[in-house]
Design a protein. Structure first.
Length: 140
């Protein structure tokens, strides 16, 4: 997904890299890799804190990256649905043994307002709506 901004120009959101060999053993029963990849890539993700966002600097090290920030009040005023997950459900790492991993499935995402567990990531289904006032924070 590519975003345009009158002041910041263009920003391209990256797709999640979810390899079958790493993802498959970490999925809940009945969820297949391709369906989960489609689900994950149909959302735009945000970290609830700046510290979590800064940790992404190490991914795709050869590619310039920035952090987009959104004013929550503007998002809510547009009626954009916000979903929360108690884990980074798109982050599947080989260093975490499958037996210890929390199983990934679309049901991890719940309306943010009703979350009972701490929120690890926030998702907007279908992408960012036009007119949403985003800002760019340069990488650290």
């Amino acid at each position: 997904m590519t975003l345009q901004h009158p002041e910041h120009g263009q920003a391209t959101l990256r797709r999640q890299w979810l390899r079958d060999a790493t993802l498959g053993p970490r999925l809940a029963e009945g969820v297949d890799c391709e369906a989960y990849r489609r689900f994950i890539n149909a959302h735009v993700y945000f970290w609830p804190t700046a510290g979590r966002a800064a940790a992404l600097d190490r991914f795709e090290a050869g590619r310039e990256q920035v952090v987009l920030s959104l004013p929550v009040a503007a998002v809510l005023s547009l009626g954009v649905p916000l979903l929360g997950s108690p884990i980074n459900a798109g982050g599947v790492f080989a260093r975490q043994p499958p037996a210890l991993a929390r199983r990934r499935h679309p049901g991890l995402y719940q309306p943010l307002a009703g979350m009972r567990e701490p929120v690890a990531e926030i998702a907007i289904p279908g992408g960012l709506p036009p007119g949403l006032p985003w800002q760019i924070t340069p990488p650290r």
